[in-house]
Design a binder for this molecule. Structure first.
Ligand code: NAD
Length: 245
């Protein structure tokens, strides 16, 4: 049985992730950390029956009490920056969905994983469809080099451009040319990415829509199952799927 903790458990993604973990036969939800709703039973926050698991604020204390194998982080970049070293130094595998890490920060975390021989997962978009969008776009740019990216999200999303859009242009440009990103923040949106390719007298648009947060759950659960055996940092769904079990 995999022992799983959720950090940011009272947030939009955190609540969805808690529900998903509770529904897995091979996982046990052993800890819930958040600065919001602290002291409340997690069940009350999820709208289920009481679970006998209180939301707490102190990560390190909760790690010692709950002894998780894996900790899933959906918080803010400021919180996740602090949480990851604490998890790694306590031998807990981080599965991080929080966005906003710079390439430099990722390189430092990767070096720490290599040094300790204990892996981690930091993936800005856990959906399978978003991974395929990136794959199709890489194929298309060989024929249509002029392109721009539009990312559209709910208005509470704090970072702009989205982590997914940044990763997308990085993989499309190979660091060689600038691809503009346009960010839209509006109520009614969830998470949407499109790449527009302009050609002579034609336009090709590749678009992915996350209609609900459920779209991220299969990728997150896969990462949780793979995390204990990882020895290095994994930063994309493509890389995660390629890892042999
Ligand atoms: P949210 O604001 O609803 O939830 C964040 C939660 O973290 C809140 O409950 C907040 O109280 C908690 N938190 C913040 N700082 C904390 C701290 N220091 N200690 C403990 N808890 C703390 O946000 P959300 O929509 O759930 O998104 C969270 C993150 O996940 C964002 O960075 C977002 O971009 C990212 N995200 C990633 C994916 C993906 O597939 N990787 C998908 C959706 C969202």
């Amino acid at each position: 049985m995999l022992r799983v903790m959720v950090i940011g458990a009272a947030g939009k993604m955190g609540r969805e992730v808690c529900r998903a973990v509770l529904g897995q036969e091979d996982m046990s939800l052993v800890g819930a950390v958040d600065r919001k709703d602290a002291g409340q039973d997690l069940g009350a926050v999820l709208g289920t029956e009481a679970l006998g698991l209180a939301i707490v604020t102190d990560l390190e204390e909760e790690l010692h009490r709950a002894a998780p194998d894996v900790a899933i982080d959906f918080t803010t970049i400021q919180a996740a920056r602090k949480n990851i070293p604490v998890l790694i130094s306590n031998g807990v595998r981080p599965v991080v969905g929080t966005t906003g890490f710079t390439p430099d920060e990722l390189a430092k975390i990767a070096a720490e994983c290599d040094r300790t021989g204990r892996g981690a997962v930091i993936i800005p978009n856990f959906s399978l469809g978003a991974m395929l969008l990136a794959r199709f776009a890489r194929e298309t740019i060989r024929h249509f080099p002029a392109c721009e990216v539009v990312e559209l999200h709910h208005q509470q999303k704090r970072d702009a451009p989205s982590g997914t859009a940044l990763r997308l242009v990085e993989s499309l440009s190979g660091g060689s040319h600038e691809i503009p990103i346009h960010s839209v923040r509006l109520p009614g949106l969830v998470a949407h990415h499109e790449v527009l390719f302009g050609g002579s007298g034609e336009l090709l648009t590749i678009r992915h829509d996350s209609m609900s947060r459920e779209s991220f759950i299969p990728g997150i659960l896969l990462a949780v199952r793979r995390a204990p055996s990882l020895r290095h940092l994994v930063t994309s769904m493509e890389a995660l799927l390629e890892i042999e079990q």
